[in-house]
Design a protein around this ligand. Structure first.
Ligand SMILES: [Zn+2]
Length: 419
C-alpha cells in the first residue's frame, strides 16, 4: 500500500502554529479518481496508420494517447492532424529531432535534439505543452540535460512502473507488436492486470499498426478488443497520457493539505505543492472524512460549487473531489446549512499604529485568524472586548473573532494580513 498516511508535524514555535502535511482525515488517491492502476498508450515515430486507424479506436472510448513524434519524420500536413489530436486530449510529445541515440552524441548535440524538438512541437501546436520525451532506441542520454527540458522520460525495459518511481527519467514501457511477446489483446490485458495488482503504472509502446511499414506492427482488431476490456473494467483503470500520469505522481508526492475551520459547518482547505504551477496543473483526487454531525458535504473552489461524491468505506463517510494544487481555496461545507463560503482570500494592508478591519471568518480563535501578523499585534478591541499581547492571557476578554464584525487593531509595524 502506498497511501500517504505518514503525517509530518511541523512545529513553528515562533507563532505556535501547527501544520500537518496531510491531515489524518484526508488522503490523496494513489491514482486519479482512486483507480487501482494507471495505463498509458504511447505511439512512436508517427507511423502512417497511427492517426487514421488507431486514434479513432481510442476516441471511441474517450481514452487519450501519447504521440512521440520525430520532428524530421513528421510531414507538414500531419501537424494539423496532431494539433486536432492535442485539442481532443491526446498528448504530442518528443522523440527528438532526428531519432539520434542520445547517449552516442555530445551534450551540445543532445541539447539541440531535446530543445529543438520541444520548441517545434510547441510552435506547431498552440496550447500544447511538450513536457515528456521517449528516448530513440530506448537509450537515455545525459539525465541532467534532459531534466532541463522535460519532466519525465520513457525507456523500454518491459516492467510495470511503481506508483512512486525512483527516477522519472527512466520510466519503463512494454513494447507491443510483432517484434515482441505482446501481440494480442490477452497479452495486453494481462499486463494491465498485473499493474492493478501492484497499484502500478503500465505504459505500452506501439509503433506500426496493421502492417503500415512501422516497426513491430500491432493489429488494430486486437487494440480494439483490449480497449473494450479496459472500458468494461474502467472502475479499476485510469487511462492517462504519459505526461498526465507523470504530473500526477509528482504532485501527489509533494502536495500538502492544510485545513482551518471557518465555523462548525464549513472548512477552508488549502492544497499546495512546491512544483511549477505552469506545468504541474493536473487535478489530484482527494478524500476527506465527513464530520459525523454533518448531514453530508458539498465542495466549493473559491466561490464556485464543484462536483464531488460521497462514498462510504467501512461505515465512514468521505467526500471525494478533485483539486489542482495552488489553484485556489477549497471550501467543504455541511449540506444541512445555508452557509456559503466566504470570498477568496483577501489581503489587507495595515499601517503601524491603529487600524480598523472586518473579519471574513465565522467564529475563529483570534490567534489563528491573525496568524500572518501575530508577531506585530499589540492590541485588538471591540466595544466590549479587549486583547493585549502584553496581558496575562487570562485577562484578555477577546478570544474569538466573528464573521462581519469590525475590530480596531494596533500593530507595531506595517504588515499585510491575508484573511
Ligand atoms: Zn522511434
Amino acid at each position: 500500500m502506498c497511501r500517504r498516511n505518514i503525517i509530518f508535524v511541523i512545529f513553528i514555535l515562533s507563532n505556535f502554529f501547527i501544520q500537518a502535511q496531510i491531515p489524518a482525515d484526508y488522503s490523496i488517491g494513489t491514482w486519479y479518481k482512486y483507480k487501482q492502476a494507471a495505463v498509458s498508450y504511447t505511439f512512436d515515430d508517427l507511423t502512417s496508420n497511427q492517426l487514421p486507424v488507431a486514434m479513432p479506436i481510442f476516441d471511441q472510448y474517450g481514452f487519450p494517447m501519447t504521440f512521440n513524434v520525430v520532428i524530421n519524420w513528421t510531414a507538414s500536413n500531419n501537424w494539423t492532424l496532431l494539433a486536432n489530436a492535442a485539442a481532443n486530449g491526446h498528448e504530442v510529445a518528443s522523440h527528438t529531432v532526428s531519432h539520434a541515440t542520445l547517449s552516442n552524441i555530445s551534450i551540445n548535440e543532445q541539447i539541440t535534439e531535446l530543445q529543438n524538438s520541444q520548441n517545434t512541437i510547441n510552435s506547431n501546436i498552440s496550447g500544447n505543452q511538450c513536457v515528456t520525451i521517449a528516448y530513440p532506441n530506448c537509450n537515455m542520454g545525459d539525465q541532467n540535460t534532459i531534466a532541463q527540458y522535460y519532466i519525465a522520460g520513457r525507456t523500454c525495459s518491459g516492467q510495470i512502473i511503481s506508483n512512486s518511481p525512483a527516477n522519472m527519467y527512466s520510466l519503463s514501457s512494454i513494447i507491443c507488436g510483432s517484434e515482441s511477446q505482446n501481440t494480442s489483446a490477452t497479452n495486453l490485458n494481462n499486463h494491465v492486470q498485473s499493474a492493478m495488482n501492484s497499484n502500478g503504472w503500465c505504459v505500452f509502446l506501439f509503433h506500426g499498426i496493421d502492417g503500415d511499414g512501422g516497426y513491430s506492427s500491432f493489429q488494430s482488431s486486437q487494440l480494439q478488443s483490449h480497449l473494450s476490456y479496459i472500458n468494461s473494467n474502467y472502475s479499476n483503470y485510469w487511462v492517462g497520457t504519459f505526461a498526465s500520469v507523470a504530473k500526477y505522481i509528482q504532485e501527489r508526492n509533494s502536495a500538502s493539505i492544510s485545513e482551518s475551520a471557518i465555523s462548525s459547518d464549513s472548512l477552508s482547505v488549502t492544497i499546495s505543492d512546491n512544483l511549477s504551477n505552469t506545468i504541474y496543473n493536473f487535478p489530484l483526487s482527494i478524500r476527506k472524512e465527513i464530520p459525523q454531525e454533518w448531514e453530508d458535504a458539498k465542495v466549493y473552489l473559491n466561490e464556485a460549487h464543484i462536483s464531488s461524491n460521497t462514498i462510504t468505506i467501512n461505515n465512514t463517510r468521505y467526500i471525494e473531489f478533485e483539486a489542482v494544487p495552488d489553484a485556489g481555496t477549497v471550501y467543504i461545507v455541511n449540506t444541512a446549512t445555508a452557509v456559503v463560503p466566504p470570498p477568496p482570500p483577501q489581503t489587507v494592508v495595515l499601517h503601524e499604529g491603529w487600524n480598523i478591519i472586518g473579519c471574513p471568518y465565522g467564529s475563529t480563535n483570534i490567534e489563528s485568524a491573525l496568524n500572518d501578523i501575530w508577531n506585530y499585534v499589540i492590541e485588538v478591541k471591540t466595544f466590549d472586548e479587549y486583547y493585549a499581547s502584553s496581558n496575562d492571557p487570562g485577562l484578555n476578554t477577546l478570544q474569538m473573532v466573528d464573521y462581519a464584525q469590525g475590530y480596531v487593531i494596533k500593530v507595531s509595524q506595517s504588515c499585510e494580513l491575508t484573511w
